[in-house]
Design a protein around this ligand. Structure first.
Ligand SMILES: Nc1nc2c(ncn2[C@@H]2O[C@H](COP(=O)(O)OP(=O)(O)OP(=O)(O)O)[C@@H](O)[C@H]2O)c(=O)[nH]1
Ligand SMILES: [Mg+2]
Length: 361
């Protein structure tokens, strides 16, 4: 058979055979069915209140979405969940990378669940947009907690601005509380501004530290020590116990130099070994004492009210900034005046004035 003939015969063979479309009808049907299965607001709220984790996760995903339709739905769900929220203790945990935050949360979280509490672990991780949420990798270090039916671990949301990410975490807290979680851990890596963001959404702020060579107080920002309700020196095990105790003494001395806290709480310093599960009960006790004190002297409620006010203003600020920088005139102005500043034609202050004027046009 010649080459031409063979081609013709092949063509003849497939003649009359219906060509498959790129997407099968069945798949389209399935996708449509799935879409229509997106629960209504009411279904969301009903199931979150029933402690359905799959609905909780989907609602948090809605909260994290940047799609305006999702946002509107998320807001409605949040509003309906709000009356059932607020009944938890919120604990912030911070410390430099490698200090043992995840290991600590695993040990501490299990301690809470054994006591009958329901624990949710959320994270604010400023680097998460780059490495896709370190808490995901952490899940291997929280193996037991991940499989604990009374614990829920949610990877950190990604986003461009810390403010945006923090707001999503705050909204996730509300949803977790409505789903019956009574103990919320918020983990953050101790870099940059994320501690301030976490501090503004928790009741108790715990700073994890490592024992060094007697220079504990160096290289640590004053602001973070001021925020801390407890400083815990981790990895106090084996050869490190002596150093950990020394560090404990240094921090205790240093803390006395700080002005008293509005809560009337005297921050505590202690050691632990998250890895060997030592000192965990003591930290539980410290936190318990803190809540007893602040609930009696009403600081707890006052603090939460202040945080709500802070978030009201913070959200307005965020929105105003986003709107401002999205304006075409502002974008053009920034480009033009940046060049002018570089060429020494104008000052940053004059340029700022002009760009603000442009934004009102
Ligand atoms: N000896 C000892 N090692 C510990 C202890 N806690 C944590 N580690 C180890 O320290 C390393 C870091 O622990 P992680 O829990 O991942 O630390 P992390 O602060 O969550 O780190 P990032 O998520 O990277 O910020 C791991 O190898 C742990 O096994 C401890 O109490 N004692
Ligand atoms: Mg970690």
């Amino acid at each position: 058979m010649s080459k031409k003939e063979s081609l013709e015969s092949t063509l003849q063979e497939i003649e009359g055979i219906k060509q498959p479309t790129t997407t099968s009808d069945n798949s389209i049907k399935n996708i449509k069915l799935q879409r229509s299965k997106q629960p209504t607001e009411k279904e969301f709220v009903k199931n979150i209140l029933k402690r359905n984790i799959s609905y909780l996760s989907r609602a948090i995903t809605l909260v994290e979405s940047t799609n305006p339709k999702h946002k509107a739905k998320a807001t409605a769900i949040l509003e309906q969940c709000l009356p059932y929220a607020n009944n938890s203790i919120r604990i912030g945990i911070t410390g430099v990378p490698g200090v043992g935050k995840s290991t600590f949360i695993e040990a501490f979280g299990k301690y809470f669940t054994k006591k009958g509490n329901k624990v949710a672990v959320l994270a604010i991780d400023p680097s998460s947009s780059i490495n896709k949420g370190s808490i995901l990798g952490d899940k291997t270090r929280m193996e037991e907690l991940v499989n604990d039916p009374n614990a829920y671990i949610r990877p950190s949301p990604s986003g461009k601005s810390l403010g945006g990410v923090a707001q999503k975490t705050r909204e996730a807290i509300i949803l977790c509380e409505a789903a019956g979680f009574d103990t919320i851990f918020i983990e953050t890596v101790g870099v940059g501004q994320s501690e301030t963001a976490v501090h503004s959404m928790v009741d108790f702020f715990l700073l994890l530290k490592l024992a060094g060579a007697g220079d504990e107080l160096q290289g640590i920002k004053r602001g973070i020590i001021e925020m801390a309700d407890a400083i815990v020196i981790n990895k106090a095990d084996k050869d490190n116990i002596k150093n950990a105790n020394l560090a404990k003494m240094e921090f205790s001395k240093a803390l006395h130099l700080y002005p008293p806290k509005e809560s009337n709480w005297q921050p505590q310093v202690t050691t632990c070994s998250a890895f060997y599960n030592e000192g965990i009960e003591n930290i539980y006790q410290i936190i318990d004492d803190y809540f007893k004190l602040t609930k009696t002297n009403c600081f707890f409620e006052k603090h939460r009210n202040e945080q709500n006010k802070y978030w009201l203003l913070e959200t307005i600020n965020q929105q105003l900034m986003t709107d401002f920088y999205n304006k075409k005139k502002v974008k053009e102005g920034l480009k033009k005046y940046s060049a002018d500043i570089k060429n020494l034609k104008t000052t940053p202050f004059k340029a700022a004035e002009e760009i603000l004027k442009l934004s009102k046009k």
